[in-house]
Design a protein around this ligand. Structure first.
Ligand code: GLN
Length: 457
């Protein structure tokens, strides 16, 4: 708006964003800074405005691109050594849509390699630091994106969420993070993690910005057969919200007292605004984490099998024969967490264990879907913590995979059920660490969910 009205130029905005990115270099937010490309695009937008031509809804708005989205600007590494030096053969549909509206990518944001993790410590390029406390993790896997928005370097950032990778870092850094209904935004041109769970979404500072980005990015894409027809822009006016569900099963000692209190405060606020709070029992959710850590690695094992040193990026020098080339490339190119998931995934899919693990997890997933459907017959939306704890210390959990997986307790069930979740900032702990809560809605309630967030700020 300011750009179209000529109160500020796109070049000024992009220069400021790049300067801030450099100023905060010690946070390790970016894997690549797009200085030349971003300034060129900004100059083009300024020239268009000078000529009186129409510009897009995001004209000149600087953004950070999670480094698992393919685009011609910079290599797409997914923060993994095995993808270093891999130029993108295509552009992600989401990137095309944002840039068609004039958004300008100023840098690629750090993540846990292949989006495997909850802290960004699994990145080949080292961890991103928390925006509020440099001794703590940024959350993950989209840590770089969350911190880029939280430190006000960019107006928004893209993310992917397979089990919480947008919502959890958003909550660790005090910004909004949205995982839409499965299939709302095209995943074409985004490095696949676990295809039945992966969703594209955004980090913003306001629900209004989230709404704008969703209205631009949502919609069917012939290049991604899992995309839904655009319901986001076509659903008739959102009906009023009356009842908010609270999951009783989450009110226990596993959840940090600061977070439990934030939830209670929010409920009081909602009651004072006339909403009814409904207590829900959702006992099946306790199986969500186990089901997720079977289904997700199974899909990871299949998606990562394409990285063999022949077709993409890095190739080991230590490769006198073909098997050696595969083995050495994977051994040197993947991070330990990637290897762990490939092994678990192949194990749960192997003929002797498929029935005991994968099939059971798939059945549990169906029960979780049913449980959400039942819950939404009793309330409009559900309000829960995003994660059991605020941002933890760097190094605290990285060598204990199970402790790290437990951080995903409250986020993964949404991906299993395909329902949308919006992480909203909900105050801070006594130490000044951000607390996040998530609003969960039925499938395709995304627009109504974001509208509701605007109402309850
Ligand atoms: N933390 C979860 C995991 O490690 C989720 C990751 C994600 O959403 N990409 O699997």
């Amino acid at each position: 708006m300011k750009i179209a009205n000529k109160t500020v130029t796109a070049t000024r905005l992009v220069k400021d964003a790049l300067e801030k990115a450099k100023h905060f270099a010690d946070y390790n937010i970016f894997t690549f800074l797009n200085e030349e490309g971003a300034l060129k695009k900004a100059a083009e937008i300024d020239a268009k405005i000078a000529r009186g031509e129409k510009v897009g809804r995001l004209a000149g708005v600087p953004y950070a691109l999670k480094d698992n989205f393919l685009s011609p600007e910079g290599d797409t590494t997914a923060s993994a050594h095995i993808l270093e030096g891999c130029a993108s053969p295509v552009t992600a549909t989401a990137v095309e849509k944002l840039e068609a509206e004039g958004a300008i990518m100023i840098g690629r944001a750090n993540l846990d390699a292949f989006a495997h993790g909850s802290s960004t410590e699994n990145s080949y390029f080292g961890p991103t630091l928390n925006s509020h406390d440099k001794t703590r993790v940024a959350g993950g896997s989209s840590g770089g994106s969350a911190v880029a928005v939280a430190l006000d370097i960019v107006e928004f950032a893209t993310g992917t969420d397979t089990g919480g990778s947008i919502r959890q870092p958003a909550s660790f850094n005090g910004v909004y993070g949205f995982k839409p209904t499965y299939g709302t935004i095209s995943r074409y041109g985004v490095v696949a993690m676990a295809s039945s769970l992966d969703c594209i979404g955004f980090f913003t500072k306001t629900p209004e910005d989230m709404d704008l980005l969703m209205s631009i990015a949502a919609g069917q894409d012939p290049k991604d057969m899992t995309t839904l027809p655009d319901y986001y822009n076509t659903n008739s006016k959102a009906s009023p919200v009356h009842k908010i569900g609270i999951i009783k099963d989450f009110d226990n000692d596993v959840v940090d007292a600061n977070i439990r209190n934030a939830l209670k405060d929010k409920c009081e606020l909602l009651k004072s605004k006339g909403y009814e709070i409904v207590e829900l029992e959702m006992p099946t959710l306790k199986y969500a984490l186990a089901a997720y850590y079977i289904i997700q690695p199974a899909e990871v094992a299949s998606n990562l099998s394409r990285y063999d040193g022949v077709r993409y990026g890095f190739r080991s020098n230590d490769s006198s024969n073909l098997d050696g080339l595969y083995e050495n490339t994977r051994n040197e190119g993947f991070m330990p967490e990637n290897k762990r998931r490939i092994m678990i995934g192949n194990f749960v899919l192997s003929s002797g264990f498929y029935d005991a693990y994968f099939l059971k997890a798939a059945k549990a997933r169906t029960l979780i879907i049913d449980e959400y459907n039942k819950a939404f017959s009793k309330c409009d939306f559900i309000l829960t913590p995003v994660s059991p704890n605020p941002a933890f210390k760097l190094g605290e959990k990285v060598n204990d995979p199970v402790a790290m997986y437990l951080e995903d307790l409250m986020s993964v069930s949404l991906n299993l059920a395909g329902v949308p979740g919006l992480a909203i900032p909900a105050g801070e702990t006594a130490e000044g660490l951000p607390i996040g809560l998530q609003l969960v809605g039925p499938r395709r309630s995304d627009k109504r969910l974001i509208e509701f967030a605007k109402e309850i700020i």
